[in-house]
Design a protein around this ligand. Structure first.
Ligand SMILES: *Cc1c(COP(=O)(O)O)cnc(C)c1O
Length: 389
């Protein structure tokens, strides 16, 4: 059901809860409230539901149930992957070098920076091409000193580009370097078969695919060393302490099942609308440029820069006109610094400050896209005039 308010074109920031997901969660907020660690019947029923969810999650990822750790969201999954694998690699083989791409989400980038600034690791960033894509050959050149961990985002939240993960994984596999990928943005648009992707660690977050906020998962390939970073009880096989949020976990798994089973249909419908947006904007708006790869990108994701525009001013003009969009990276409101991701593509600040991300979802209609495309050129001109004044 399209909402009656402003037109929502920010599905990469978050998605509404699928009603079928809410339905699946409801009993676990009331009669099925048990703690899965308890011995009695209430506990055993919660435990059975939790382990069934783990089994189903594992099947969707082509993994084993023991390889799934439930977390409080994409951010925690990224933190646990980076910190947990880095600390374990140092302990087991003395590796202290971290290798990440320059287009990571802050949940990866800032965790790696903290490991480097305060915990004795060294940090190196891979180069990317003009589309923000990592070249596997560049990975092969950078495995001395042997990294504790390599982290490369799958589908990029800011620019949509999808990285060639299986090629990168083949190189890491040969050298025995653990590979983490942040797939939080990819759950509704890419099949996430961890055997085909070849990754050792994979982060997922439910609210990017019509599940609840505050719940996620980390896949950890059997045999990959990982120290827990949240300590306490023996939950999640000692790898993530804390009473699990059974209702949210069941919601996430239900949402992931729906997203993956409806993936082809969503990708082809949204991909068509996205292509229309990309083509029209580049033709209709002078001094505009696509960011990210023109084809190898998330199906719902279009992103641009406009020369001489303040991205935040444009977002406010769009909001006034009834369109909810984003500049591409969250938490940038009032921040005059250009995005590190856009600078990594080689864009000058004059271009990088004028970014716009348009991301589509299940409720997006062709009519909404038409009214957006009709309104945008004049709003960009208005934002340019403000900047020039
Ligand atoms: C949203 C997002 C995150 C953070 O996930 P939360 O569940 O919101 O904590 C991490 N990485 C990427 C790529 C994301 O899009």
């Amino acid at each position: 059901m399209p909402s009656p308010g402003p037109i929502y074109l920010d599905y990469a920031a978050t998605t509404p809860l699928d009603p079928r997901v809410r339905e699946a969660m409801l009993p676990y907020f009331s009669e099925e409230f048990g703690n899965p660690s308890s011995v009695h019947g209430y506990g055993r029923r919660a435990e059975a539901a939790l382990e069934d969810a783990r089994q189903r999650m594992a099947e969707l990822l082509n993994a084993q149930p023991e390889e799934i750790i439930f977390t409080s969201g994409g951010t925690e999954s990224d933190n646990l992957a980076l910190r947990g694998a880095a600390l374990a690699a140092r302990q087991q083989r003395g590796a202290i070098h971290l290798l990440i791409s320059p287009v990571e989400h802050d949940a990866v980038a800032k965790t790696a920076a903290q490991l480097a600034d305060h915990l004795g690791f060294t940090l190196e960033k891979l180069p990317v091409d003009e589309f923000g894509m990592v070249n596997p050959d560049e990975v092969a050149k950078r495995l001395d000193p042997e990294p504790a961990l390599l982290s490369v985002i799958l589908g990029n939240n800011e620019i949509g580009t999808v990285n060639p993960m299986s090629e990168i994984a083949a190189i890491c596999r040969e050298r025995g370097v653990p590979l983490h990928s942040d797939a939080v943005q990819s759950g509704a648009y890419l099949p996430l078969d961890v055997q085909k992707l070849g990754v050792d660690l994979l982060s997922i977050g439910a609210h990017k695919f019509y599940g609840p906020k505050g719940v996620g998962a980390l896949y950890v390939r059997a045999g990959t060393p990982l120290l827990p970073t949240q300590t306490g009880g023996g939950h999640e096989s000692g790898r993530r302490a804390g009473t699990p949020n059974v209702a949210y976990i069941l919601g996430m798994v239900k949402a992931f099942e729906l997203a993956q089973s409806e993936l082809d249909r969503r990708v082809s419908r949204l991909g068509e609308m996205r292509n229309k947006i990309m083509n029209r904007i580049l033709v209709d708006i002078p001094d505009s440029q696509l960011t990210g790869h023109p084809e190898i990108r998330l199906a719902n994701h279009a992103s641009f820069v406009f020369k001489g525009v303040d991205g935040n001013a444009l977002l406010m003009l769009l909001d006034d006109a009834g369109f909810a969009c984003s500049s591409g990276s969250a938490c940038k409101t009032g921040d005059p610094e250009p995005s590190q991701v856009l600078l990594a593509l080689g864009l000058s600040p004059e271009w990088a400050l004028g970014s716009l991300r348009v991301t589509l979802g299940v409720d997006t209609t062709g009519e909404q896209i038409n009214s957006f495309l009709a309104a945008l050129p004049a709003l960009v001109e208005k934002a340019r005039a403000l900047e020039a004044a």
